[in-house]
Design a protein around this ligand. Sequence first.
Ligand code: GDP
Ligand code: IMO
Ligand code: MG
Length: 446
Amino acid sequence: MVQSPARDATSPRHTAVVGLQWGDEGKGKLVDLLAPEHDCIVRYNGGANAGHTVVVGDERYALHLVPSGILFPGCTCVIGNGVVVDPGKLLEEIDGLRARGIEVGSNLRISSRAHVVMPYHKAIDAALEEFIAGGGRDAIGTTRRGIGPAYADKVVRSTAIRVGDLLHRDRLEARLDMICRLRSAQLRSLGADESDISAAVDRSRLLDEALAWADRLAPHICDTTWLLHDALDAGQRLLFEGANACLLDVDHGTYPFVTSSNCSTLGIPAGTGVPLGRIDRVLGIMKAYSTRVGGGPFPTELHDDIGDRIRERGREYGTTTGRPRRCGWLDLVAVRYTAMVCGVTGIACTLFDVLGGFDEVRLCTGYRFPDGTVTDRFPPDAFDLAEVEPVYETFEGWPDPEVRPSDRNDLPEAARRYLDRIEEVVGVPIEIVSIGPERSEVLVAG
Ligand code: GDP
Ligand code: IMO
Ligand code: MG
């Protein structure tokens, strides 16, 4: 009889790192921080729409497709089947890392089941955004990295290209023929420029490009589902790196103002082939305030000096697109919901240093609907969410510390009260407080 693997205090710990807001919570920093405790770092969703910044000393790395564990030698980095891979961007990233002395070889593995983002996906993403822009509030404000159109092809099936297909010239030739006819008609109907259409759907150019990608990526491509299960059987510790964030989850986020994948932890089993039950620890990453890039409702958004001050102190400009991020107070109605959906066991509160020096700070703990009713439950409809007024609790501010604290207890009393109240409302302990971009700038609960 096959025995269940024993679970005790010495069993390996498999961790998920997931964003609890609208992205850019500092997931990259936390993955880099936790990498030494793990053997494999696994991306399960999203694509080059993600921008994860890791700061090591004077060096700043912006990672989009390569898991943030790549900077820690000895980790295997896996791009799981749930990711949509833009091979050109991935190769650029690999070359950039190698040029800076980071090893990228057999330590990077890409699922043959992952889907490919092709140039026409990016052209369609941009053309669709332009087309819809006339509709005003319906534009999503995508990163234009081809994410939605690539996931759409995955679901349509007959128009998709998987990473494994890149290794088969015959399959590619046959499929590209049909795809190019279809996509040029689609781009024309969206009003794209003829020059953009011919650049994005030139069959022989696409074939040459795909074969060149295949040549370079072939050593990294494998069946990552078996790779991960072999790693589990060998007692290795896995860390799942979420891209984007739970409020951008296509099922559980602020639909339609979301991305096209399951960025919550619910995306892990589908996006890697590893059952969710194997994961022991889910670390939810939450900024000490809120930000959002692109369109969609944002109840606590600040359109005043305070919002500008948060943006400047937090350097809140997109890692992928450079767009200024919309900023506002911490929304605990949202975080309580995402912590529940993701099954969070602990929180890392990041960018906490940014809140220093304000006279007062606020936490949103309820939403008031136009009819006067108040709720602490996150609503399922983004257009209802756009109508709510945040209900705030106001806290006395605290000064920037003169000496860097080394413990949460070293923080000023007002700062500790703010953190205590977050734990109380969300019902999950804050395990880590991050007080700067560097690896060492963290306060870990004892
Ligand atoms: P991700 O997409 O969740 O990985 O987050 P991003 O990298 O897009 O954005 C987070 C930004 O905040 C990056 O520039 C990080 O270097 C920076 N950062 C992370 N943690 C902290 C922190 O505690 N304090 C400050 N000031 N910056 C931080
Ligand atoms: P990381 O991993 C912030 C947002 C876009 C847009 C919407 C849909 O760095 O936290 P898409 O290009 O995915 O179709 O855009 O989702 N978005 C992000 N915002 N951080 C991200 O990733 C994001 N990934 C997607 O701005 O509003
Ligand atoms: Mg980011």
